[in-house]
Write a protein that binds this ligand. Structure first.
Ligand SMILES: Nc1ncnc2c1ncn2[C@@H]1O[C@H](COP(=O)(O)OP(=O)(O)O)[C@@H](O)[C@H]1O
Ligand SMILES: O=P(O)(O)OC[C@H]1O[C@](O)(COP(=O)(O)O)[C@@H](O)[C@@H]1O
Length: 319
């Protein structure tokens, strides 16, 4: 038996600790382990290398993924999925762990519907947008990066009469935006899940500006595509000079936090144990109400992640 691990789609802090645990734990279990480099592109091109302790030494504290990742156009075509499968077979790989987001899991669902695979996915994306799990690797680190940026922006914001608009990542999901707003004391948060209603916000904020508020901090999720609309609204409605910061890819970097390292540890051990005791599985390890579970990949990809209501409600309590 041989096991392999790969990263796919957007990298996330926590992937390296997961890769290290995968190699060390597989060894402990007496299994040969492989590293697939460059994500699905590398799987197609046979960039598969036997893992050693040396390769994974000293990586636990690093963001990104030492085996790199990719977004692959070719994997949408059957011909290349066949190549990918042949490469796994050629190495006698009987179990595969994929660190990826919802796109990667759609890829794996397609792949496992066509070929005889034994696969477990570990949710890994800063977006926290995967159905069935309350947590994805990388989210806590990304939130800490955003928190640090917002704390710094607030320092300068409080020193001027200005509004600040910060755009955060998350693809179509507002999770990063709403949690960042809650923990930074932002006055405005705009997310894809809730219509942006400037009129009701305006009433409250105009009163506060009149009473002496000298700055406004607004957080906008990239998925709303409303950064420039909110920018104009802040300038025109409140007469405040407004500065925009698009945090961009710094949100994907940084040393994995304690929480991401712990989650990587648990997710990986569960994935390896499952692969070693099953064949022909297509599962994703998920975290629900303090427990880890394995659910079918088709359930994960055929449902859309819904943000818990208490987070959505939090928008009404920002002030
Ligand atoms: N329906 C699909 N069929 C085959 N491959 C897919 C499918 N959806 C996504 N993929 C592959 O998965 C890769 C990773 O997905 P992507 O959405 O980019 O990242 P993430 O996994 O982080 O969400 C894509 O670049 C593509 O190669
Ligand atoms: O790095 P890229 O290709 O520009 O992609 C940016 C996107 O990747 C993310 O950082 C992570 O998304 P995924 O994990 O789904 O790939 C999104 O928040 C963002 O929209």
């Amino acid at each position: 038996m041989a096991l392999a691990i790969m990263s796919s789609g957007g990298d996330a802090p926590g992937m390296n600790p997961a890769i290290k645990k995968f190699v060390d734990y597989s060894y402990k279990k007496g299994e040969i382990s492989y590293l697939i480099y460059d994500g699905l592109e590398g799987l197609i091109d046979n960039k598969i290398k036997k893992a050693t302790h040396k390769i994974v030494a000293g990586i636990i504290h690093n963001g990104g993924t030492i085996i790199r990742s990719s977004r692959s156009k070719r994997f949408f075509e059957h011909e290349y999925r066949q190549k990918a499968y042949d490469n796994l077979k050629a190495h006698n790989i009987t179990g595969l762990v994929v660190l990826g987001g919802d796109g990667s899991f759609r890829a794996m669902e397609k792949f496992s519907s066509e070929f005889d695979l034994n696969f477990v996915g570990i949710p890994s994306t800063i977006d926290n947008d995967i159905y069935g799990t309350e947590y994805c690797l990388g989210v806590d680190t990304a939130l800490n990066v955003i928190r640090d940026a917002l704390d710094k922006i607030r320092d300068t914001a409080t020193s001027f009469n200005r509004a600040f608009l910060v755009e955060v990542m998350g693809r179509d999901c507002g999770y990063l935006a709403i949690v960042s707003s809650m923990i930074s004391g932002a006055e405005v948060c705009v997310i894809p899940e809730i219509p942006f209603e400037p009129k009701s916000l305006e009433k409250r904020l105009k009163k506060e500006v009149k009473e002496g508020r000298n700055y406004i901090l607004a957080i906008v999720a990239e998925g709303t595509k409303k950064t420039s609309e909110v920018h104009s609204w802040l300038e025109e409605s409140f007469g405040l000079e407004t500065r925009v910061s698009i945090l961009g890819h710094i949100q994907r970097g940084g040393n994995p936090t304690v929480y991401d390292r712990m989650m990587a540890f648990d997710f990986t051990i569960i994935a390896v144990d499952y692969l070693l005791s099953h064949s022909n599985s297509s599962k994703v390890v998920v975290y629900q109400k303090g427990e880890f579970k394995l659910i079918d990949i088709d359930v994960v990809v055929s449902n859309k992640y819904k943000m818990p209501q208490h987070y959505l409600d939090a928008i009404n309590y920002l002030d």
